[in-house]
Design a protein around this ligand. Structure first.
Ligand code: FAD
Length: 331
């Protein structure tokens, strides 16, 4: 049985700084954040979502075929659907990055990158993860000059060109599949011995005549004068230790962004994901977390689990706030 801190509905509607006090401030504009907002609005909890990438990471996916009820949709459209539904139900949205959160008495004060401050009774962190970089010399120099972290965003620049994808996960396999419809030749460079994506996507990649997989090979260098011209490999492929490419797509996973969690003093697991209880509450009263940034859902990080965790967090907050009103009834 989880004990909630009692948070009173009777607490002020306006702070001494004359700011509105939201029931929930939701940091993160992905499936977890917008799902939390949708449920919060249905519970008549005032809520505001923060994030600069509308729809979150899924908006970068070329195609989503595994979200139940929607057989085939682009990631961008799915992300927009999440946003539109949350907005239509009354959730507020600010295209701002939250840079600081502090607990002040019974409320939280959130500061955004443009200096605005917002006050809320509770917080949900749905901040997702950050894409891993190769950590190679000149990586930043080549960004936008042949190097990309988003195949969906940049694939069209490589029509009839030679491109490589680094990685062997689902995201890497999906990126290679999409690129193969646009580019002339696609290489997958992977340090492992077999791809790790969903079998359906792997089957698709195996059928493409213009995809070649370079296994047990690590990408160790980036070369080119003004833009990326070739990549250096840890072992020879077709007798060469370099591979000429016009574009390189980096799909080597992601890791949690711990800044806000650390600022709040949240407990993290051994891989730095936010530890949550079954109701998505964290170790800090008043703070919940949902989606890819958490240790929940058996670490199965997908749209469906992020949306589910966002809904659970909103429901738990509703219960906690109701308790503050002297009622434990949800419906
Ligand atoms: C290429 C690719 C393809 C994928 N395909 C699929 C698929 O087919 N099916 C599927 O189910 N899943 C897929 N996924 C995984 C899916 O995108 C994630 O599991 C899902 O987006 C997680 O949702 P989230 O809301 O937890 O986090 P995210 O979607 O990552 O959203 C978090 C948001 O929070 C924002 N944020 C972070 N910090 C702050 C801050 N301080 N202030 C304000 N905003 C902040 C971020 O900018 C981001 O927009 C794919 C992922 C990738 C990369």
């Amino acid at each position: 049985m989880i004990e909630y801190e009692v948070i009173s509905f009777k607490s002020l509607d306006m702070s001494e700084h004359n700011e509105k006090i939201y029931d929930i401030a939701i940091v993160g504009s992905g499936p977890a954040g917008f799902s939390a907002s949708t449920y919060a609005s249905r519970y008549k909890l005032s809520n505001i979502v923060f994030g600069k990438l509308l729809g979150g990471t899924i908006s970068e996916a070329h195609k989503v075929c595994n979200y139940p009820g929607v057989s085939d949709i682009s990631g961008l459209d799915l992300g927009m659907n999440f946003y539109n539904q949350a907005k239509d139900l009354g959730g507020e949205f600010k295209s701002e990055q939250i840079t600081d959160i502090k607990k002040q008495n019974d409320t939280f004060v959130l500061t955004s990158d443009n200096g605005n401050t917002y006050v809320s009774k509770t917080v949900i962190l749905g901040i997702g993860t950050n894409r891993n970089k190769l950590n190679l010399k000149n990586e930043d120099f080549y960004l936008g000059k042949g190097l990309s972290y988003c195949a969906t965003c940049d694939a069209m620049f490589y029509k009839e060109k030679r491109v490589a994808v680094v990685g062997g996960s689902n995201a890497a396999v999906m990126a290679a599949s999409m690129l193969s419809d646009i580019a002339k030749q696609v290489y997958i460079i992977y340090r492992g011995t077999e791809l790790r994506g969903e079998p359906v996507w792997i089957d698709e990649v195996m059928k493409k005549p213009n995809i070649e997989i370079i296994f047990t090979t690590v990408l160790i260098g980036l070369e080119g004068e003004q833009k990326l011209e070739r990549v250096k490999l840890s072992r020879a492929f077709n007798g060469q230790e370099t591979l000429d490419v016009d574009g390189l797509f980096v799909e080597i996973g992601s890791e949690p962004n711990v800044d806000l969690a650390n600022k709040l003093g949240l407990e993290l697991d051994d891989k730095k994901y936010i530890k949550v209880n079954s109701d998505q509450s964290t170790n800090m009263p008043g703070v919940w977390a949902a989606g890819d940034c958490t240790s929940a859902s058996n670490r199965f990080r997908q749209v469906i689990t992020a949306a589910s965790e966002g809904a659970i967090a909103a429901n738990s907050i509703f219960t906690a706030l109701k308790k503050g009103c002297g009622s434990t009834e949800i419906y």
